[in-house]
Ligand binder design. Sequence first.
Ligand code: SAM
Length: 250
Amino acid sequence: MDFTVLTLFPELVDSFFKHGMISRGIDKRLITGHCINIRDFSTDRHKTVDDRPYGGGSGMIMKLEPLQAAIYCAKKNAPDSKVVLMTPQGNTFSQEKALELAFGNKGLIFVCGRYEGIDERVYTKLVDEEISIGDYVMTGGELASMVIIDSIARLIPGVLGSLESPESDSFTNDRLEYAQYTRPEEFEGEKVPDVLLSGNHEKIRLWRKRSSLERTFLKRPDLFKKNRPDAEEKKILNEWCRELESFAGE
Ligand code: SAM
């Protein structure tokens, strides 16, 4: 998977490509990470990339031509890539979208805006998809692109270390991840559940499933609407209900 970020602040994203899981993925040649400075494609003497909005109003708008040239350059280097514009007005990013982007594309080109935004014709002529990372407005698209690259890269087989796995992560199959513990066995009177020390794999699997269901029910019940409980999950939830009823009746 090739990640290319078009930005006016490449140093922000360059350092992200040089650390942690992303840099290990690059070293293993499972992903690539490049930045393109949009300003390099400005053709005037002052390297201008923004201009005043037609119709008046506050702030500056990113000009069309340098962005177009930067996108064409990125596409030349990674021809099968999808062009994704970072904008608070786009489709909201999610784990589902991360999976779709990770396995549906050879590469992704992220266009990061700054100032008041981008000339409308970039949206209509040069971009395949608009994505937002949430209903709030940031100063630039760089953080948004890094959020998205991080969550996609960890899904690509081999990028995470052999001891880590995205399979039980929250939002996979629309459930939250089960409770996790490590040493010490007891902390300020709170003990690690006995079953996790039992070595019985089937009991541990069932305990984790129940923990995941309980957490999803308590913290994000909306996820059950997206993916209804299967037969085993229903059985576990019914058991839990019976326990709660008998507890309430005591
Ligand atoms: N005036 C624009 C609007 O109201 O839609 C917001 C412009 S914002 C100050 C500058 C840039 O930050 C945007 O062009 C976009 O690239 C990026 N950005 C801000 N918030 C974002 C979000 N929630 N998701 C993705 N990108 C965002």
